[in-house]
Write a protein that binds this ligand. Structure first.
Ligand code: SF4
Length: 183
C-alpha cells in the first residue's frame, strides 16, 4: 500500500450520529495496524485533540447536521480539509438523526428535557451545554461540498478499509462495488 513515506493527515468527527460508524472504523480490527502505517490521526474521538487542525488531508464525517455548532464545525472542517468523506447514512441522508424533522425541534426538546426528565432544576432549557438546534436536520452535502459518500448504517468496515486503501494509494474507487446488499 502507498509508495510515499509522507503520512496522510487524517481526521474523523462524530456529529449527529450514534457513534456506530466510528465503531465500524474500529471493526477493521487488525487492518487498523496496516492503515496506521500510512496515516497520522490528527483529530478524532479516538485521540485527545481539542481544536480541529489546519492542513488535514482527509476528514471522515459521521452524522448529520443538527445544531448551530454542527454547522460551524462542518464549515471549519471544509476550510481545513482537502477531502471529506461522508461516512454512513446519517451523514449522507440524515437517516435516523433526521427523524426529528417529523416533529420539529421544540417538540423534541420538550420531550427530552421536560416531559421525560427526572431532574430539571428551574425547568429551563440547558442552553449553556446544549447548542441551539436547527429547525431541520440536514445531510452534509446540503451545507458543504462532499468529495466521497460511503453509505450504510453503519458503513461496513470492509468498505471503509477498501476506501481508505484506495485513497492512500491515490486510486479512484467504485463505491457501489463496496456497498452492494448481500456482500
Ligand atoms: Fe449510527 Fe447508522 Fe447513523 Fe452510522 S449511519 S451514525 S450507525 S445511525
Amino acid at each position: 500500500m502507498g509508495n510515499s513515506t509522507k503520512k496522510i493527515r487524517l481526521a474523523t468527527i462524530w456529529l449527529d450520529g450514534c457513534s456506530g460508524c466510528h465503531m465500524s472504523i474500529l471493526d477493521m480490527d487488525e487492518k487498523l495496524i496496516e492503515i496506521a502505517e500510512y496515516v497520522d490521526v490528527v483529530y478524532s474521538p479516538y485521540v485527545d485533540e481539542k481544536e480541529f487542525p489546519p492542513n488535514v488531508d482527509l476528514t471522515i464525517v459521521e452524522g448529520a447536521l443538527s445544531s448551530d455548532h454542527d454547522i460551524a464545525m462542518i464549515k471549519k472542517i471544509r476550510e481545513n480539509s482537502k477531502l471529506i468523506l461522508a461516512l454512513g447514512d446519517c451523514a449522507i441522508t440524515g437517516n435516523i438523526s433526521a427523524m426529528k424533522n417529523l416533529f420539529g425541534s421544540d417538540a423534541v426538546l420538550q420531550k427530552g428535557y421536560f416531559d421525560l426528565a427526572d431532574i430539571n432544576e428551574g425547568n429551563a432549557y440547558p442552553s449553556k451545554i446544549v447548542p441551539k438546534l436547527l429547525d431541520k436536520v440536514l445531510p452534509l452535502h446540503e451545507v458543504i461540498k462532499v468529495d466521497y459518500f460511503l453509505p450504510g448504517c453503519p458503513a461496513p468496515a470492509d468498505a471503509i478499509y477498501e476506501m481508505l486503501k484506495a485513497l492512500i494509494e491515490g486510486r479512484e474507487i467504485n463505491i457501489h462495488e463496496l456497498t452492494r446488499f448481500g456482500k
